[in-house]
Design a protein around this ligand. Sequence first.
Ligand code: FAD
Length: 375
Amino acid sequence: MSVNAPSSAVQTGPSTGDATGAEPIQTDSVIIGAGPVGLFQVFELGLLEIKAHVVDSLPRIGGQCMELYPDKPIYDIPAVPVCSGRELTESLLKQIEPFHATFHLGQTVSSLQRQDDGRFLVETSRATRFLTRTVIIAAGVGAFEPRRLRIDGIAAFENAQLFYRVRDPADFAGKRLLIAGGGDSALDWALNFAREDARSASDLILLHRRQDFRAAPASVARMRELAGAGRLRLLTGQITGLEEAGGRLLAVQVTGLDDAVARVPLDALLVFFGLSPRLGPIAEWGLELERRAIAVDTEKFETNVPGVFAVGDINIYPGKKKLILSGFHEAALAAFGAARYVFPNKPIHLQYTTTSTKVHRILGVDSPPRGAAAA
Ligand code: FAD
């Protein structure tokens, strides 16, 4: 499974026909957040034979590791001297393959309600619904949302002419397109729409507030080449006003570094000012919060709502350190906590992955012959 290319186990909308209808998806556990800790939670639940569905607001898996530092080296993952955010995400995905968790991406968990039978009804912004025995919140610093353009009156054009993400590139083909931003997303889409084919924009402008770009140097170099070849126009400045008529956005005003104001006519505006995290709906679920994090015990990482656990950056307890390795430990203990709800009558024993034939069966690996470990 890849972080970007959804496999059959990755759903970017409601995962089954019945998810949005009368019958919610029934499962043992719903994990909110597909960051490194949410991914490792799949593994720890899986070892205890607890099935999980994973939901993330973002269209791709990996949380902060993929959104904020995919190519930066991490040096403090135990037994992995160095790996990038992307490599860590890919390794975790490989590790959880045996458990076939279903991913529901591009949707935010919006509500959590206890049912009469003790289970939770969990619903997402895309109306996917789950009935689950346990909920594990691995929501990091909250749901990432695009930073918005702050100009009076501009919000009225959102999803009509103003967009913060590209759902279908064909929507912009043949249009006068202004892309605002200086990071990887802005540059990647500028390069995409500057291509010489039917899917390119008819007139493409890349607007950034500074002359330096945060994006990968190779993308910046290619963008400058294309600008030199006349495939796109590069502007430096900020959007400071808009011009509309009859409910349509006709143009924006761009104030340059020299304070001169230019009128830029357009059909569509794509804004990539980065993402900012918001705790969002999680704050309304009756969970005890402390400094915008969820208070948990340190035995099971359970919240004040029995059956709801919180692991990774989202939780708080005495001595908490927001590190990936702390989240991995929390995920292991939360899985044992969750097992008490999923299998209330079954004793749950710790089993070593090295020696347990039961765990080998769960992982789909061959058990070594008896006595091999002692040899
Ligand atoms: P996250 O990675 O934040 O993932 C949470 C996910 O939950 C997100 O994808 C979010 O979209 C999703 N989400 C939130 N709310 C909802 C909702 N309501 N519905 C659906 N989805 C939701 N840590 C280290 O240990 N070592 C390092 O070297 C290190 N370097 C770092 C460098 C940088 C630049 C940064 C920013 C952080 C670094 N960290 C490092 C910290 C590390 O990235 C975090 O501790 C880790 O990502 C936490 O993982 P998580 O799974 O708890 O949360």
